[in-house]
Design a protein around this ligand. Sequence first.
Ligand code: PMV
Length: 314
Amino acid sequence: MPAITSSAPGKTILTGEHAVVYGYPAIAVPLPDVQARVHILANPKGISGEVFIDAPAIQLQSMLNDLDASHPFRILLDIISQEFGLEKLPACSIKITSSIPLASGLGSGAAVSIAIIRGVSSFLGHPLPDEKVNAIAYEIEKIYHGIPSGIDNSVITYRRPVYFKKGDLIEFLNLKSPLNLVVANTGIMAETREIVEEIHTAVEQEADKYHNLFRRISRITDESRHFLEEGELTKLGRALTENHHLLQELGVSSPELDQLVDVALREGALGAKLSGAGRGGNMIALVTEDVQDAILRSLKENGAVNAFSSVVSV
Ligand code: PMV
């Protein structure tokens, strides 16, 4: 069996995070500038079931069978084996690397799952179709997120901008113009699962208040869809900033995220917001090319531990 390499991009949510968990729409785009990669090498001398996992980013070096039965990698590889009617995978080593920051709202967990599904199914000689890849990745998202909407696995599987509503068919968006984004990391890791659970409790206690907020967010998402399809980037920028203000009201921003949003806007971004679950992780700014470098520099000088620019192509 030859060596196999596979990859999956990061993602960012343009509008609608959190609301999307409750059936409201959200828009997400792939971020190909950051990637999860998987390299699989057959071990012809090993016996069936001897699978070695090497994931330096999470300090994991272990035989698959030595991982706890509840470990997401173990569950994922079991699901893939079942999919192929195999009791055990052929002996191999699976190396997982990623340039997507962990627990930072850029889809690192989903990207790693998807790169593994694509890599292992190719290794077994039958690359799985996107629908299957997406469905399996969603099962693993439940372990990472508790009650995930499914937007992360969808945008990363299909590598296209999506308008996503839980339970509906995924709609792919055709952008009229490319988007120049600057992505800046607060350096604070935040567990999506915990934040989503906290919001869930709050929604149960004060349903009217939160659904009212989600409806306002969903109006922004629908307007943003129109702005994306018409190439109205100035209006899109304003919508993103408005979405940030509603996420502040929801209680998922943080002083560090607010600071990065302020810096980006002050330096001339069309709009800026936190992206993903919030509290930490990343901020995104929609920018024009002429101010992109200045914004990037200023973010790094004013609190971002890392920042990069990314173009979402049409
Ligand atoms: O994984 P994150 O941090 O990008 O969060 C995903 C977005 C949420 O709406 C908060 C959760 C979800 O499952 O949609």
